[in-house]
Design a protein around this ligand. Structure first.
Ligand SMILES: *[C@@H]1O[C@H](CO)[C@@H](O)[C@H](O)[C@H]1NC(C)=O
Ligand SMILES: *[C@@H]1O[C@H](CO)[C@@H](O)[C@H](O)[C@H]1NC(C)=O
Ligand SMILES: *[C@@H]1O[C@H](CO)[C@@H](O)[C@H](O)[C@H]1NC(C)=O
Ligand SMILES: *[C@@H]1O[C@H](CO)[C@@H](O)[C@H](O)[C@H]1NC(C)=O
Length: 513
């Protein structure tokens, strides 16, 4: 199972479980003057993740219900959108996709209404923990929210679709607010969706997770059930997205009855329809202050099926970074397979002209160490050819070896030195946690090693769990899935000292409600 799909750029590597806490500081010393210190909050967060954190997943889940985005989503392209999907007991569904011009989802361009039928089939053999489904589209309608949106969209459809779509919107027709045009009709055997890059293959891979979000309300403790619906991922390459069958997921939708709180966007998205697209609350653009420690908020899945958690430390003073990629064989990140520790440098960022709200950076990976965490990985590394991955034959479970002198580790797809062209974004969630979005990996398993392969969408966010000095850790509750609510979220809006890019202060002081 250790096939070539592991052979991806460094940011894909991962590992480890209980042992990961035992990474001895002395190993760090060999690499540089600094000692790696696990911030308690980061440890807490990752341990929580590794516990499987009360998360349960159901095979052959019930989709029935209403599921919504919890914020503005970014798809490759980029496309900015929010989603609101309703699944009914008779397997019919009605899905809204609201598209926007801006990365805050405040300027709607058009909305799609998608109707069809979906049937769950069986557990996926490719993506552990996922269920495969068949779907059939009955109708897709589009409502434009401005003349400009209509012109642009009609031009796209004109360019890509054949004669049969020319009547979709005759030239010169002016925008009629509220008018709904039919893009696809199964009955009329007409499909003009291709020009929009539209496909609903996301419905062919499904996973539902449930967990309890602890609440601390006025001295009394309780908890709230949260239900998340993971649907299949969208290919990062525009030309592939109409054909691609998902093997990973998008950011999850949450059940309107069981969503995480607070969620300022949820009510707005829940109430929206194709004529009243959601306009999300204004959020300030945050400067890209990378400094500090960032950790995964959940067990992450990569297309082609890698399960991992990530932990990064960025040092703004010398623009260096360290990253731990803990890889697992299961979708709850309980069975570690290997850990990669990598470090290197990064450049000063510049605002992205392609993805509004994003910052472009270049990362260099110069050193790496690998810790196999199970006998399968040990055997694989042990049998790799001489000089291709550290000391051949020297591997054992839980023991870390440097692979820098062999220019990486061919068996794990780690090549050194390595350069990646990245897209980053910092946001805050409704509880003031700073979230770091790092660019989505190319779906084909390659690495963004040239500027043209730079991502246009993001992976699941990391949460900040410690500042450069540790002082900021006080501001961060180790709460993503853990303790929540000790903070005072009714405080007044504090203004942010707009520090320079990558200055050494992290961003915890801003809030908006
Ligand atoms: C950069 O600075 C940090 C913190 O000051 C230090 O721990 C780290 O070792 C430095 N890295 C390099 C490559 O100099
Ligand atoms: C669409 O194509 C038709 C003929 O190919 C053309 O007359 C019309 O102006 C086009 N409309 C737009 C909006 O580009
Ligand atoms: C690793 O390789 C060495 C040398 O070939 C061998 O002695 C050792 O038993 C191997 N260990 C494992 C776990 O395969
Ligand atoms: C929360 O902050 C508000 C405004 O700053 C204050 O009035 C209130 O007493 C605080 N509540 C708690 C529980 O600290």
């Amino acid at each position: 199972m250790l096939g070539s799909w592991w052979l991806v750029g460094l940011f894909v590597a991962y590992t480890s479980g209980k042992k990961m806490w035992d990474v001895p500081p002395s190993h760090t010393d060999q690499l540089g003057p600094g000692k790696l210190r696990w911030e308690p909050q980061c440890q807490h967060q990752l341990r929580h993740l590794q516990d499987g954190a009360r998360i349960s997943a159901v095979l052959l889940p019930r989709l029935e219900g209403h599921w919504i985005s919890t914020g503005c989503e970014v798809r490759p392209g980029p496309e900015f959108l929010t989603r609101s999907y309703m699944f009914y007991a008779n397997r019919l569904f009605k899905a809204y996709q609201f598209y926007y011009r801006d990365p805050s989802c405040r300027d709607p361009s058009y909305s799609l209404v998608i109707k069809g039928k979906v049937r769950l089939r069986q557990a996926s053999w490719i993506t552990r923990g996922a269920t495969e489904a068949d779907y059939h589209l009955h109708k897709v309608g589009i409502v434009f929210h401005s003349q400009r949106a209509m012109q642009e969209t009609v031009a796209r459809i004109n360019q890509t679709s054949g004669e049969h779509c020319s009547g979709f919107s005759p030239a010169g027709r002016t925008w009629a607010p509220g008018a709904l045009y039919e893009l696809l009709s199964a009955k009329a055997e007409r499909d003009c969706t291709a020009g929009l890059g539209f496909a609903m293959h996301e419905l062919s891979l499904v996973r539902v997770e449930k967990y309890h979000q602890p609440l601390f309300l006025q001295q009394s403790q309780g908890s709230r059930e949260v239900e998340e619906l993971y649907l299949g991922d969208i290919h990062t390459e525009w030309s592939e997205r109409l054909h691609y069958r998902p093997t990973g997921y998008q950011r999850p939708l949450q059940n309107v009855m069981h969503h995480i709180q607070p969620c300022p966007a949820c009510g707005i998205i829940y109430r929206a329809d194709e004529h009243h697209p959601p306009v999300l609350p204004l959020k300030p653009d945050l400067p890209m202050l990378l400094s500090g420690r960032w950790v995964s908020t959940r067990c992450e899945v990569r297309p082609a099926v890698l399960f991992l958690t990530r932990y990064f430390i960025f040092h703004a003073n010398n623009r260096s970074w360290e990253g731990y990629y803990h890889h697992y064989s299961d979708p709850l990140c309980k069975q570690p397979t290997f850990t990669v520790y990598a470090l290197g440098h990064y450049t000063q960022g510049a605002a992205s002209l392609i993805v509004r709200g994003g910052t472009e950076l270049v990362f260099k990976v110069t050193r790496a160490r690998v810790t196999p965490m199970d006998p399968v990985t040990v055997a694989m590394l042990n049998s790799s050819s001489f000089g291709s991955c550290g000391e051949a034959g020297a591997w054992s479970v839980g023991q870390e070896l440097d692979v820098t002198h062999t220019n990486g580790c061919a068996a794990l797809g780690i090549r050194l030195p390595h350069t990646e062209y990245e897209l980053f974004r910092v946001e805050q969630d409704a509880k003031d946690h700073s979230l770091l979005f790092i660019g989505e990996r190319p779906t084909d398993g390659s690495s963004p090693s040239t500027p043209s392969k730079r991502p246009t969408s993001y992976q699941a966010p990391l949460v900040q769990c410690g500042g450069p000095s540790g002082a900021l850790a006080r501001h961060v509750k180790p709460s993503y899935l853990g303790r929540i609510g000790e903070g005072n979220s009714s405080g007044a809006l504090k203004t942010l000292p707009w520090a320079t890019l990558l200055a050494s202060l992290a961003v915890h002081l801003v809030r908006w409600d």
